[in-house]
Design a protein around this ligand. Structure first.
Ligand SMILES: Cc1cc2nc3c(=O)[nH]c(=O)nc-3n(C[C@H](O)[C@H](O)[C@H](O)COP(=O)(O)OP(=O)(O)OC[C@H]3O[C@@H](n4cnc5c(N)ncnc54)[C@H](O)[C@@H]3O)c2cc1C
Length: 399
């Protein structure tokens, strides 16, 4: 397989690199590097969002008519990969990659005119209210009630694992407006403001000490019927459409950046008087990881080329999700091994943007432990590995 970029794509990559060199200031790179969880926290993300918005690059997958850059699949992949390699802050994609495409397809003209420009400009910070206690993989079993009362729906119930709900001013959510004969029936897609009376966010602190996810409670929260996307009961169709956009496909670049950090740490850390990287057993693990990363990258390129020809990736997106996240976990385990006893200090404060606390852990491994802990969730969110394997077996083996 020829992995060389076309001259047009080479030029595009050079343009992206020039932009990153100029706009990705050292504070932004630092915030990206110190991200222990899935997303970087504001305010670094707000600054980075603005820079991308001004350049017209904030929503790589949006069509030009809605303010997207009109890139090809390959250009989007190159852009995502270059951002990860350069340690750009990791932006929440609930607006650009989830709610935006849903509104383009199912939103009313008024909803499109109001929300889409605000998503591009970063005026709104969205969160995703899908999961409930007891309804994750089996999402169609969700129970949060929305009862019609005049021009409003009245919401009661709870959503859980809501990433960045504490930063969000808006949520898109799935609610139950009726009990159908099948659980997929009677689900409706709503947009709401998090400042609405009766809406409460309670933090869930991860074992890495980060506040990334929350549980949200709804006590008679009134949402205008005008905030419904699509028809009442069409929520499941919309939810499935949205999930197509949720999964990323540029894992290799993010993993390469992490791998580079582990190799750097192994060159510094000592084992039996020599650099850890020279230890035969550790060196073997690094080489094995390198080979697997090359394999993942080639698979990503193959999928890119299928998408570029208008083909559906089929089971490949499940394969990339399962493989990418499982490799990410193993990579963080190598980081832990490299850092040895330096993994012990628990110092989430030292990783905060603008922190003036001198960490005990050396800089080259400051995020290894939080990344190790946070990455345990990667095989659960966005569709667990088991569920991905179910999808693959159904599509490939037919059962
Ligand atoms: C860090 C993090 C962030 C998240 N952010 C959000 C968010 O912003 N918004 C949101 O709505 N949700 C969010 N989620 C929730 C996420 O989507 C769910 O955790 C996920 O869908 C799994 O659901 P669950 O936790 O209920 O586990 P369950 O579905 O109960 O699964 C438990 C175990 O059973 C396995 N299992 C379940 N069904 C099957 C099956 N059919 N076959 C084989 N094995 C199966 C699973 O693989 C898993 O190992 C987040 C989760 C995490 C961990």
């Amino acid at each position: 397989m020829d992995l060389a970029l076309s001259p047009t794509d080479e030029n595009f990559r050079a343009e992206v690199r020039r932009f990153l060199d100029e706009k990705l200031t050292s504070d932004l790179r630092e915030a990206g590097k110190r991200t222990g969880g899935v997303l970087t926290d504001p305010p670094a993300t707000a600054k980075w969002h603005k820079a991308l918005f001004e350049k017209g690059w904030i929503a790589p997958a949006w069509p030009k008519e809605y303010g997207g850059p009109g890139w090809t699949e390959m250009q989007r992949y190159i852009f995502a990969s270059e951002c990860m390699t350069a340690h750009a802050p990791i932006l929440a994609n609930f607006g650009t990659r989830m709610c935006g495409p849903v509104l383009m397809k199912f939103g009313s003209p008024e909803q499109k005119a109001f929300y889409l420009p605000r998503i591009l400009a970063g005026d709104d910070y969205w969160c995703q209210g899908y999961s409930e206690p007891g309804s994750g993989s089996d999402l169609a079993s969700l129970q949060m009630k929305a009862v019609r009362d005049g021009d409003h729906y009245v919401l009661n119930g709870t959503k859980i694992w809501t990433t960045h709900a504490h930063f969000a001013n808006r949520m898109f959510c799935l609610v139950r407006t009726a009990q159908g004969t099948k659980p997929q029936e009677g689900i409706t897609f709503l947009l709401l403001e998090t400042k609405t009376p009766g809406f409460e966010v309670r933090p869930i602190i991860t074992m890495a000490g980060d506040h990334e996810v929350n549980q949200c409670f709804f006590d008679n929260v009134r949402v205008p019927v005008a905030n419904r996307v699509g028809e009442e009961g069409q929520g499941w169709t919309i939810a499935k459409y949205l999930l197509e956009f949720e999964r990323g496909n540029a894992y290799a670049a993010a993993l390469q950046a992490k791998f580079k950090a582990v190799k750097q740490a192994a060159a510094i850390e000592r084992h039996d008087g020599a650099a850890l990287a020279a230890d035969e057993q550790f060196a073997r693990k690094l080489v094995e990881m390198d080979i697997e990363l090359q394999g993942l990258m080639m698979t990503e390129h193959r999928v890119m080329s299928q998408l570029a020809q208008g083909q559906n990736p089929g089971p490949a997106s499940s394969l990339l999700k399962a493989r990418g996240t499982e490799m990410s976990q193993r990579l963080t385990e190598l980081g832990i091994e490299a850092l040895a006893f330096y993994i012990a200090p628990f110092e989430p404060e030292a990783r905060k943007q603008g922190a003036n606390v001198k960490p005990v852990t050396p800089d080259h491994g400051l995020v290894f432990m939080p990344q190790y802990l946070n990455t345990r969730a990667a095989t659960i969110y966005g569709g667990s590995s088991e569920v991905q394997r179910n999808i693959m077996s159904k599509l490939i083996l037919g059962f």
